[in-house]
Structures are given as C-alpha cells and as structure tokens.
Design a protein around this ligand. Structure first.
Ligand code: HEM
Length: 457
C-alpha cells in the first residue's frame, strides 16, 4: 500500500476516527452515507478520509458538486476509480478503455437510445408490465425488491436482445448475470483479480456470456432484418477508423449497459413502492392522474407516459431521497484547489448523491417526500443544476435517464391502474451491503387487485 500524502500543505481537514491500515474503509463499508454526513456536519463541503492506499477527498454541497462534475477527463479519471468493473466489462472496454475509445464506445449507445428506439422499448415495457403483473393473484404479499429486480431484468433482456429472447433466454442470461454480479464487491474494489471462488465464477460466466452472444450474433448475420434492440445497434456499429466491434466488445458493452441500468432501475422501482405505501395521499393523486390522462383506456402509449408529470416527479423524488448510486468516484490526475484547500494528484475524489440530495439550501425540507418539487412553478431540480445528481452530471451524466424514466413510468402506470398497496413492515431501512443501495430485504408489500367495473356498469 502506498503511503498517503498526509503531509501535503493545506490539505482538506481529516475526518476523525478510522482504524490502522484500513483507515475509514470499515465505516465506508458499513454505512457510507452516515460517514459522509458526519464529515459534512463537521467540516462542510470538503474533507478527507483515509482509504487503503488512497487518500479520499469527499466533496458535497452544490458548489463542490459543480466543481466535481465539471472536471475534464484529463484532470480526473473514472478509469482508475472503476477498475473493479474490468473483469466483467472486459479489457479495453468502457472504463478500461482510453478516454477517446470509451467515448466512441458509449457513443454507440446514442443510436440505441434515440427516440425512435425508445418508442419500441416502451412497447416492450408496457407488454412486460401486462405480462408480469398479469400473473399476480387478486391479493398477495411480495418482496418489492425482488419484484423490481426481476421485472427490470425482463425489460432489459427485451431491449438488449429482443422480445423473442426475453422468453427464450432470460433464465440462462440471468444465471450468468448473477455470477457476474457476485464477483463485484468491496474486495474486488481493492483487488479485482484475487483467486476467490466468487471471482472464478465471475470469470467463467463472462466466457459463457461471450459464447451466448456469439451465437445470437451469428444468427443475426444470417437474418439481419427487423431487429430493433441494443444488440443490433452494436452489431451494425463501427469505430471511427471503420473497424467493426468484436463479439467480446459487443458482450462487454451489453454488460456495461446492463450493469448501469438494471439494478439502479430495479431498486428505484422498489423505493417508489415503499414511498407510496407510506404516503397514500400521493398514491391517490397518482391514480387520479392516470384517470385524467387515460380515461377508460386500458392500453397506454409512449405519448401517454410523457404526460404523467406527477409520476415523473415521484420517480425523481424517490431518486433524490434514495439514490441507488450513493457515491461516485474519480482519481485526481492534476492537483487542484477548492475553497482554499489543496487536493493532491493521486487522491480519490468522492461525491455523494445520497448526502448532496439532503442539503437544505438546495432542497428545502430535504427529508420530506414531496414530488411537487419538480412541477412547473417550483422546479427545484432546475434551479440548482448540480443539486439532483442521482444520474450524475456533466460530461459523464447517465445516458439512460429517459430510458429509466419511461421504464419506471410504464411499470408504475400499470400498478397504479390495477392495484392497491399496503406496507407490511414498520420501516424500510437502506441496505448498504450492495454497491447499489436498495431497501433492506424482505421489503414486503401487500397488494390487492382493484376490481374493474364490469362492462356496461
Ligand atoms: C452513468 C445513475 C439507469 C446507462 C451513470 C451515472 C450515474 C447513473 C450516477 C454517473 C456515474 C459517474 O459519474 O461516475 C443511474 C440511475 C439509473 C440509471 C440512478 C436508474 C434509475 C441507466 C440506464 C442506462 C444507463 C437504464 C442505459 C440504458 C448509463 C451509462 C453511463 C451512466 C452508459 C455512463 C455515462 C458516461 O460515463 O459518459 N448512471 N443510471 N443508466 N449510465 Fe446510468
């Protein structure tokens, strides 16, 4: 482990506590949000923590977040901060690629996420909502975290590999995906290639995933017509120098988008359930919004989803209170000054959506669930462009914002029109044991299907 540059003049203040060798890593692992909040309460917008081999510099509050998200790629690097993803995404893919290549690779997603494609995916979200929730009984108890992760796995498979593959492949795909996920944990953050069983399973799963995608790509080459999914976009894409993507790169990019968008959407789905069960008056207003937009129509469309402003605000507010990505990181390539403090090259800068979203100067009454914050007249998210950072901000802002909103709106529109929900647990604490923070299992909710008025009634 490298010695930390603790004798650097004018370093931001150091958070008290921590253990020999591992520093604040144990506290960061058990409750990162409490740790960041503790530092903010003591020192304000910028302070240091000791991490194994790295000086961490935590930046929260609007000014600090603006500074953080405006850095260029030659000033701070995501590549070194997110090395733990390389065994999954692959060598030379996404964060492991040179910034220019990563930019080209992410650029392929622009085509896959353009509006005409989003309309097709939305049809898939709507069909999946009807199919998935159509299998629920008249009443029952469910773990909403499991439901969120399962239903978004099916929607993701549809968008990535096509509707047919959703039914044919989702089991095989989800088993491999689970093994890949199992190899990403706090240990892999510091040592991604340790020969542990979970890491071996992860590596085997990636090889099998490439084989699986290879088979589908071969079929596509024989029958290239009529595929409107992300895989097809990647098959048809080429780099600026004309080179086509290899199957390994296609697989890596499919996994990149899957890891970026699946659990993040799944846990947000479950937080919305928790918040609506806790706030029945908002639930009622959302049901009224559905009626106002759809009347008696059962089948919804992309254009209907665009009109659901209160539902949009509810999703934004769930993401503000419970952002699935609680911390983002960058390695400092060029030392910089902020608020008179010196941040040395080599340190890891950390921003925290979870803490930044509860700064009262930016979001008044920050602990209150208030979906009206985003509606015309208030628009608190627009007043502070670096305030709501659930999707990040600046040059590396999430590419899936519209996709995630449409998916969550389609799923929730269906639930609002067909079910009532009740809480079964007195509280739903945040679970920090996973990299994507959701409600701690079992996250039980009781649902009851709403009786539809019979025809002619
Ligand atoms: C980047 C959050 C859904 C694709 C990011 C970042 C955050 C984020 C915080 C920035 C990370 C950083 O600055 O280090 C979320 C949340 C989601 C979500 C909370 C759901 C509720 C999606 C979906 C997709 C997606 C559905 C794709 C369909 C991406 C990509 C990037 C990204 C490609 C990298 C952008 C870049 O580095 O230029 N996301 N995301 N995300 N997200 Fe999402």
């Amino acid at each position: 482990l490298r010695p930390l540059p603790l004798d650097t003049p004018n370093l931001p203040p150091m958070l008290p506590g921590g253990l020999p060798f591992v520093g604040h890593a144990a506290e960061l692992r058990s409750n990162p949000v409490a740790m960041v909040q503790r530092g903010r309460d003591m020192f304000g917008d910028i302070f240091c923590v000791r991490l194994p081999g790295t000086l961490g510099v935590v930046m929260t509050g609007h000014a600090a977040q603006e500074k953080y998200f405006r850095f260029r790629d030659d000033e701070v690097s995501q590549r070194e901060a997110y090395q733990l993803m390389t065994p999954v995404f692959g060598k030379g893919i996404a964060y492991d690629a040179e910034p220019q290549i990563m930019k080209e690779q992410l650029g392929f997603f622009h085509g896959a996420l353009r509006e005409s494609r989003l309309r097709t995916y939305t049809d898939g979200f709507i069909a999946e909502s009807e199919h998935f929730f159509g299998q629920w009984g008249d009443t029952g108890e469910v773990n909403m975290l499991e439901v969120g992760n399962e239903v978004t796995l099916y929607t993701s498979t549809r968008c990535l590999l096509g509707d047919k593959m959703r039914f044919k492949l989702s089991r095989e795909f989800s088993e491999l995906y689970a093994d890949l996920e199992g190899g990403i944990n706090v240990i892999s953050f510091f040592a991604p290639y340790l020969p542990l069983p979970a890491m071996r399973r992860r590596d085997k799963a990636r090889v099998k995933m490439v084989e699986l995608i290879e088979k589908i790509v071969a079929e596509r080459r024989l029958d290239p017509e009529g595929h409107e999914d992300i895989l097809q976009t990647l098959v048809e894409s080429s780099y600026a120098d004309g080179r086509k993507l290899t199957v390994d790169e296609i697989t890596g990019l499919i996994l990149t988008i899957m890891f970026a968008g699946h659990h993040t959407s799944g846990v947000t789905f479950s937080w919305i359930a928790v918040l609506l069960a806790q706030h029945p008056h908002i639930f009622r207003r959302l049901v009224a919004e559905q009626r106002e937009i759809l009347g008696d129509r059962e089948r919804i469309t992309y254009d209907d989803l665009q009109k659901m402003k209160l539902l949009e605000g509810t999703i934004k507010e769930a993401l503000r209170l419970y952002p699935p990505i609680i911390l983002v990181m960058r390695r400092v390539l060029k030392a910089f000054e902020f608020q008179g403090k010196h941040v040395p090259e080599g340190s890891m800068i950390i921003a925290s959506p979870a803490v930044g979203h509860r700064v009262p100067d930016v979001f008044p009454e920050p602990h209150r669930f208030d979906p009206d914050r985003y509606l015309a007249g208030r628009e608190e998210d627009k007043r502070w462009p670096y305030g709501h950072i659930a999707f990040g901000a600046g040059r590396h802002r999430c590419m899936g914002i519209v996709f995630a909103q449409l998916q969550l709106r389609a799923l929730w529109s269906h639930l609002l029109r067909n079910f009532e929900l009740d809480m079964l647990d007195p509280s739903y604490p945040v679970d920090y044991t996973n990299l994507i923070a959701g409600p701690r299992p079992p996250c039980r909710i009781r649902y009851r299907r709403i009786a539809k008025p019979s025809a002619g009634a």
